[in-house]
Write a protein that binds this ligand. Structure first.
Ligand code: V07
Length: 253
């Protein structure tokens, strides 16, 4: 098997102990790319890449918990993903319940709160049932908020927010000239969440891909060539270390 040079942890320290507790990102968002290519390079079916990607989800959650990150948003399925072959979409739609069947008890033990952003409409009932049960069973948890973006698209999210504001204005409940950024943000599905301080994207893609476009306006972006199934806790710590180097505060604001 040829050895890909990519994927080696950079020269920088990727140990949690090397990170400053005073300048941690509150909210980390991840576009988990490269599952299909990871599988293809190994002569495996795409489903094997997605399943391996689920293990990387667990590593990212563990790393976020270890650092005390407050919010972790994972882009699990975009509105554009419906264009994939039916067999792959059907497989993907079973992963939430597969993941939760394995991980939910440990998530609860670690005080993790599960949330979802995205359109419920169009998701299979079995997928929603599993997610709703996880949301219900973890609603009172005060630890890491693990937020899955599922059937999510930023333009759709922003369009729905605009429609809500337009309805309120048309009903005379809102003065259009008085609408603020905060009014708009409160109608987004991420209402109540801080904006991501750090976005991680794997597999060498250098695009935002219709993900949290309003929310990511001021986020640090960290890209890596490794494929998502190769993502480890050390990669998470390396990304946070880079975030800290960019936002060094020297005690200032
Ligand atoms: C559709 C999909 C795909 C999916 N992949 C595995 C990770 C790589 C990206 C694509 C495939 N994962 N991984 C976890 C979930 C999930 C979603 C909601 C939830 F409440 C619990 C777990 C998931 N959902």
């Amino acid at each position: 098997m040829f050895e890909r040079i990519r994927g080696r942890i950079g020269s920088r320290s990727a140990e949690p102990e090397a990170l400053s507790p005073d300048n941690l990102p509150q909210h980390v968002a991840i576009i988990m790319d490269g599952n299909g290519r990871w599988a293809k390079e190994r002569g495996l079916p795409r489903a094997a890449g997605h399943r391996s990607g689920m293990k990387a989800v667990k590593r990212a959650v563990r790393a976020a918990n270890r650092l005390g990150i407050r919010f972790l948003t994972l882009y699990a399925f975009s509105t554009e993903n419906w264009k994939r072959p039916k067999a792959e979409v059907d497989f993907l739609m079973r992963l939430p319940q597969e993941f939760l069947a394995i991980e939910l008890d440990e998530l609860i033990e670690n005080n993790v709160q599960v949330r979802m952003i995205g359109q419920r409409e169009g998701l299979p009932a079995h997928t929603l049932e599993a997610i709703d049960e996880a949301i219900r069973r973890t609603a009172g948890n005060a630890g890491l908020v693990l937020n899955f973006a599922l059937n999510y698209g930023s333009r759709k999210e922003m369009l729905e927010a605009v429609r809500a504001l337009a309805r309120e204005a048309a009903e005379g409940r809102l003065d259009p000239e008085a609408i603020t950024e905060s009014d708009f943000e409160s109608r987004l599905q991420t209402c109540g969440m801080p904006e991501p301080d750090l976005l991680i994207r794997t597999s060498g893609e250098l695009r935002i891909s219709n993900f949290m476009m309003w929310q990511l306006a001021y986020s640090e972006l960290w890209f890596t060539d490794i494929y998502w199934p190769e993502f480890t806790e050390a990669h998470f710590y390396e990304a946070v270390g880079e975030y800290q180097r960019r936002t060094r505060r020297y005690g200032g604001l």
